[in-house]
Ligand binder design. Structure first.
Ligand code: SAM
Length: 305
């Protein structure tokens, strides 16, 4: 892996500490909903014994292939099973494995650095590429489809709701005006439309934050139905855990974290689980310095009663 695209697992020690009590016990099954490049997987496999079974999935087939390569040693020992799947369909994956419940669940939401840094994936306004943004390239709808097809109102609402962008209406208006002459196909084009739709004073006031940041986040959430699939995972979580089993979820923006926090607190109130993290675990300053992308990460954990 070259340095640019290397993905550094976020809150690695903290995840291992949270799940250690269960991964260290005998004959456990660990479910990794977001295998990525296998960074957390490798650490969790090392923390567990030879008898641990690891079930890993990722919506991005390329990351499944990379994880297979990075976890080859454990794969040889028959400890890991790999699935190209969305964690919304976690029950189908477990059915294929032939189990109903597992002892530990990890979900490290969002996307990995290799996806972000590849211009062909269209996630970044920093590198020009096709407006794609699909984590799963088999999914039917790209960011280009949304940007060129949905109504101005829908576009404004989406940018406001998923990007928390107060200039959503101006941005939607500028996008619709532009697409009347020519469809918008590249991240660079879209980023420039967003930039020039904003008042100069606002552009200056958002020091260090690119004007397209919030809109790109909103589109990514919409393309991948990120909140819908997270809700489906959260709805299944308690049923797929064995009693005493633990789950850890790392989120990267408040829309996700709010859902995780609410679900965990509901499970706690219903005596179905104990919340292990009264406050979310966040990266140390040292981790943020080493990996600025970790800065917004929040880890929450529960244990099933
Ligand atoms: C932050 S990365 C995970 C990195 C991983 N923990 C590691 O240490 O290498 C998130 C991964 O989750 C995947 N992903 C995102 N949403 C998903 C979903 N709904 N179902 C399955 N995988 C998903 C992405 O494709 C990406 O590979």
């Amino acid at each position: 892996m070259d340095e640019h695209t290397e993905h550094k697992p976020v809150l690695l020690d903290e995840v291992v500490e949270l799940l250690r009590p269960v991964v260290e016990s005998d004959n456990k099954i660990v479910l990794d909903c977001t295998l990525g490049l296998g960074g957390h997987a490798s650490a969790l496999l090392q923390a567990s014994g030879m008898d641990a079974q690891y079930v890993g999935m990722d919506a991005d087939v390329e990351n499944v292939i990379s994880a297979k390569r990075n976890l080859a040693l454990f794969k040889q020992k028959g400890q890991v099973r790999f699935f190209h799947a969305n964690f919304a369909d976690v029950r189908d994956v477990l059915e294929e494995v032939g189990v109903e419940k597992v002892d530990a669940v990890l979900a490290d939401l969002g996307f990995a650095s290799n996806q972000m840094d590849d211009p062909q994936r269209g996630f970044s306004f920093m590198n020009d590429g096709p407006l794609d943004m699909r984590l799963d390239r088999d999914a039917p709808r790209t960011a280009m489809d949304i940007v060129n097809q949905v109504s101005e109102k829908e576009l404004a609402d989406l940018i406001y709701n998923f990007g928390d962008e107060r200039f959503s209406r101006r941005i939607a208006r500028a996008i619709v005006a532009q697409r009347k002459t020519k469809s918008i196909e590249r991240t660079g084009e879209l980023s420039e439309i967003i930039r020039s739709s904003m008042p100069a004073a606002v552009r200056r006031s958002r020091k260090g934050v690119h004007p397209a940041t919030r809109t790109f986040q909103a589109l990514r959430i919409a393309v991948n139905d990120e909140l819908g699939v997270l809700d489906r995972l959260l709805d299944n979580l308690i049923d797929i855990l064995n009693p005493g089993g633990r789950a850890g979820i790392i989120s990267f923006h408040s829309l996700e974290d709010r859902r995780v926090k609410q679900k965990f607190s509901d499970l706690n109130a219903m005596n179905q689980a104990k919340v292990l993290t009264k406050k979310p675990i966040t990266p140390t300053q040292r981790e943020i310095d080493l990996n600025p992308r970790s800065r917004s990460a929040k880890l929450r954990g529960i244990e099933k009663l």
